[in-house]
Write a protein that binds this ligand. Structure first.
Ligand SMILES: *Cc1c(COP(=O)(O)O)cnc(C)c1O
Length: 359
C-alpha cells in the first residue's frame, strides 16, 4: 500500500467528539426523554410511513415541517430552517457566520460542540468564563462585543451542563451591544418555561435554536430547527446539505407537532416535578453539592467524581456524564432526570458509592 498525505492540519491533535454513550441499565447521561412518543402518535407515524415513497428524495427544505413550526411559533416559513438535529445547525452557524478571520465568543463551561465547530471551521474563539454561579459575565461580554470585531456569540439557556438560564434583560443587553449574531440555544427551554422567541420581533441579530431531541422524545430521529430573521435564515440555506433532513424524519416530526403538545406538556411537567424531587434528595446528601436547574438534568459535585462515575457504572449499571476534566467543572457529574425508578436507582447507587468511601 502507498502512503497517504496528511489531512487538514486543523484536525491534528483533535479528539473526535465522544458522548461516552455506553450500554447501561439506567441511562442518565444524554438528557434524552425516558419516554417514547405518545402511543397514538406512533400509530399515525407508522401509517404515514407505510405510504411514504422511499425511492424519492425528500422535500429538500422540509417546507411542510417548516410551515408547521412557523405556525406554532407565530412566524413565517422564511423565519424557520430545519436541520439534521440541532447539531447540524450548530455546524452551519459556524460555516455561515464563522470561518477564518472571524471570531466567536464562547462562555465556558457550556456545550463543548460550539468550541469544537469553531476549531473545525477555523473560527477565532474568545473565551469569557462564566461567573462562580455559572451566570454569564454580562459586563465582560458586552464590553467585548462593543469593540465591534465579534461575529458570533452563543448563549445557552438553560445552559448545558450547568442548568441555569440567562435572564431576558441580559439577553437584550447583549443583543444591543453590537450587530454580532447572537445564537440563543434553547435546546432545553421546554423544561424552563418561557422561550425568548418573542424577542425575534425586535432583533434581526437574534437566532434561536430548538430541537425535537429532548422534550419531544425524538433524539433518535435527528430533527432540530433555527428561528431567525429572514436574512439570516437565507444565509443558512446557502451552507446546509441539500437533503439533510430525510423523508422519514420529516414525517415523524410533523406527526409529533400535529398531535399538539398536551402529552409533551404533561411529560415536561412530570420531569420538572421529578427534577425538583431529585434536587431535594441530592441537597440532603452529605458529600454532594448540587446546583439548581431549569433543564431536565442536574449538575452535582462530589470528591473524586471520576471514581464515583466509574463505580456507579461498574457496580450499579447507572450511566451519568462525567465533566470532571472540563474547565470550571472539577469533580462535576451531570445526571439526566429519568423515570421515578431510574432516579431511585441513581440515588441508591450514589448513596452506596459514597457510603463505601466513608460519607
Ligand atoms: C442536545 C443539545 C442540542 C441539540 O441536540 P440535537 O439532538 O442535535 O438536536 C443543542 N444544544 C444543546 C446545548 C444540547 O444539549
Amino acid at each position: 500500500m502507498g502512503p497517504v498525505r496528511s489531512a487538514n492540519e486543523r484536525l491534528s491533535g483533535l479528539e473526535p467528539y465522544d458522548p461516552r454513550y455506553l450500554p447501561a441499565e439506567v441511562m442518565l447521561s444524554a438528557n434524552e426523554s425516558p419516554f417514547d412518543i405518545a402511543p397514538g402518535t406512533r400509530e399515525r407515524v407508522e401509517a404515514r410511513l407505510r405510504e411514504l415513497a422511499l425511492n424519492r428524495y425528500p422535500d429538500p427544505l422540509a417546507n411542510g415541517l417548516r410551515d408547521a413550526i412557523a405556525a406554532s411559533s407565530g412566524l413565517e416559513r422564511g423565519n424557520v430552517l430545519v436541520g439534521n438535529g440541532g447539531d447540524e445547525l450548530l455546524f452551519n452557524v459556524f460555516l455561515a457566520y464563522g470561518g477564518p478571520g472571524r471570531t466567536f465568543i464562547d462562555l465556558p463551561p457550556t456545550f463543548s460542540v460550539y468550541a469544537y465547530n469553531a476549531h473545525l471551521t477555523g473560527t477565532g474563539k474568545v473565551d469569557i468564563p462564566r461567573l462562580g454561579d455559572f451566570s454569564v459575565d454580562e459586563d465582560a461580554v458586552a464590553a467585548r462585543l462593543s469593540r465591534g470585531d465579534i461575529d458570533l456569540v452563543v448563549l445557552t439557556s438553560p445552559n448545558n451542563p450547568t442548568g441555569n438560564l440567562i435572564p431576558e434583560a441580559g439577553c437584550r443587553r447583549l443583543l444591543e451591544a453590537s450587530d454580532a449574531l447572537v445564537l440563543l440555544d434553547e435546546a432545553y427551554v421546554e423544561f424552563a418555561g418561557d422561550s425568548l422567541v418573542p424577542l425575534l420581533a425586535e432583533y434581526d441579530n437574534l437566532l434561536i435554536l430548538r430541537t425535537f431531541s429532548k422534550a419531544f422524545s425524538l433524539a433518535g430521529v435527528r430533527v432540530g430547527y433555527v428561528l431567525g430573521s429572514k436574512g439570516v435564515i437565507d444565509e443558512f440555506t446557502k451552507v446546509r446539505q441539500p437533503y439533510s433532513v430525510d423523508a422519514v424524519s420529516q414525517v415523524i416530526a410533523s406527526c409529533v407537532l400535529e398531535d399538539g403538545d398536551t402529552v409533551v406538556r404533561e411529560r415536561v411537567a412530570g420531569t420538572v416535578a421529578r427534577r425538583e424531587e431529585l434536587f431535594g434528595r441530592l441537597q440532603g446528601m452529605e458529600g454532594v453539592e448540587v446546583w439548581p436547574s431549569a433543564a431536565n438534568f442536574l449538575l452535582i459535585r462530589v470528591t473524586d467524581a471520576r471514581g464515583v462515575w466509574q463505580r456507579l457504572y461498574d457496580e450499579h449499571s447507572v450511566l451519568v456524564r462525567d465533566f470532571s476534566s472540563s474547565a470550571g467543572l472539577a469533580d462535576c457529574l451531570r445526571v439526566t432526570v429519568g423515570t421515578e425508578e431510574e432516579n431511585a436507582a441513581f440515588l441508591a447507587g450514589l448513596e452506596a458509592v459514597l457510603a463505601a468511601r466513608g460519607f
